[in-house]
Design a protein around this ligand. Structure first.
Ligand code: TXA
Ligand code: MG
Length: 347
């Protein structure tokens, strides 16, 4: 990877927005805000630009990228199938934190899809993201703008902490409002499945589509990880078989433990002694910060918790905590996306 001088651009300055768009048009790498997390963008139809994303992040080449469009209608040009269910979901949730996985056209480079037959598409709702994509005049491929397997960034400062000197610019648009990544959904005529939980819940998708998700075939003898056509029926990938969903992910440095409130209170002394230093991430007001530990507290509501989660994990890491104990969140479908990220952070 060649070193790059990373420009700090501000989304509130029209000149800076124009510069970010110019860099992307010319094949550069620009991190930009979305309503979920910051993305690391490149021109999606330029294979070399897309390849540079993988180099800057240290991302394995088998992990495909999400392609972002400025207007819902632009997504259809990138796929060979647009089932009625895709239109229903786009009408209900776009622009917004939902990603649809569909068969790609030959216009979408293999670099974007890691050689796979499907492409993940999203129309973000963040006005800066949409304005930027509009100005580039092309779809933008963008994973979260963190080093591979690290915590996703929700501010421009987080992006710089991971990628300064590795990308051409970061466009600062303030804090990402939702705080966790989009819901990724695989779909085909009459069938669908969540590959990665996110702000849009499975129940919301079910309500809008009116059909239940296709049951997980992961345990059966169906080899379906690519979602590729095999014979007459195109089989869905197994739930959580999204190539990027390796177990340890979204993770700060150090030992991360996910504990219920009682276990956390009981074991914090032991963790502190054996690991040297301890950070705790608490949910709501019920558990006191163990003495001697660095404490972070997030609200006991899923939206507020999600908004602060990644910043809190980065803060605990910055404080040099050798171990981080995270209080488990409620077991309710409205917390599913957060529980998923916490499990991955804890490996
Ligand atoms: O909210 C988000 O989705 C953010 C913002 C920047 O849009 N992006 C994001 O990208 O989280 P990334 O690359 O960190 O995660 C994309 C996920 C990965 O788990 C990847 O494996 C999966 O989507 N994915 C991408 N293309 C896919 C495909 N064709 N089939 C199945 N999964 C796919
Ligand atoms: Mg990511």
């Amino acid at each position: 990877m060649t070193a790059r001088k990373t420009q700090r651009l501000s989304a509130s300055r029209p000149r800076d927005l124009a510069e970010a768009a110019r860099l992307l048009r010319e094949g550069g790498l620009v991190a930009f805000p979305t309503e979920t997390v910051y993305g690391l963008g490149a021109h999606a139809l330029e294979p070399l630009a897309v390849r540079a994303i993988f180099a800057a992040k240290g991302r394995p080449s088998h992990n495909p990228l999400i392609v972002h469009v400025a207007e819902p209608a632009r997504a259809q040009a990138l796929v060979t199938e647009w089932p009625a269910s895709a239109q229903t979901l786009a009408d209900a949730f776009w622009p917004g934190p939902l990603t649809l996985v569909l068969p790609k056209t030959s216009d979408v480079p293999d670099e974007v899809t890691a050689g796979g037959p499907t492409v993940a598409l999203r129309c973000p709702s963040h006005p800066v993201a949409r304005e930027l994509i509009e100005r580039v005049g092309a779809p933008i491929a963008a994973p979260s703008a963190n080093k591979s397997e690290h915590v996703s960034p929700t501010t421009a400062a987080h992006v710089l902490a991971d990628l300064d000197g590795r990308i051409d610019a970061v466009l600062d648009g303030g804090q990402s409002g939702l705080g966790i990544e989009s819901t990724v959904v695989w779909l085909s005529e009459g069938q669908w499945r969540v590959l990665r939980p996110g702000s849009v819940t499975q129940q919301q998708l079910h309500d809008v589509l009116g059909v239940a998700p296709r049951p997980d075939l992961a345990q059966s003898n169906v080899s379906a990880s690519s979602g590729q056509g095999t014979g007459a029926e195109r089989m869905p990938p197994a739930a959580h078989a999204s190539p990027g969903l390796m177990k340890r992910h979204y993770a700060p440095a150090g030992t991360v433990r996910l504990l219920d409130a009682a276990t956390l209170a009981r074991e914090s002394d032991h963790l502190m002694k054996t690991q040297g230093s301890l950070g705790v991430l608490l949910c709501g007001e019920e558990v006191p910060v163990p003495s001697g530990a660095h404490g972070m507290r997030l609200p006991r509501d899923p939206a507020g918790y999600a908004r602060g989660l990644y910043a809190a994990l980065r803060d605990l890491e910055e404080l040099g905590c050798a171990a981080i104990a995270i209080q488990a969140v409620p077991e309710d479908p409205s917390w599913a996306a957060i529980a998923d990220r916490l499990q991955r952070a804890a490996g």
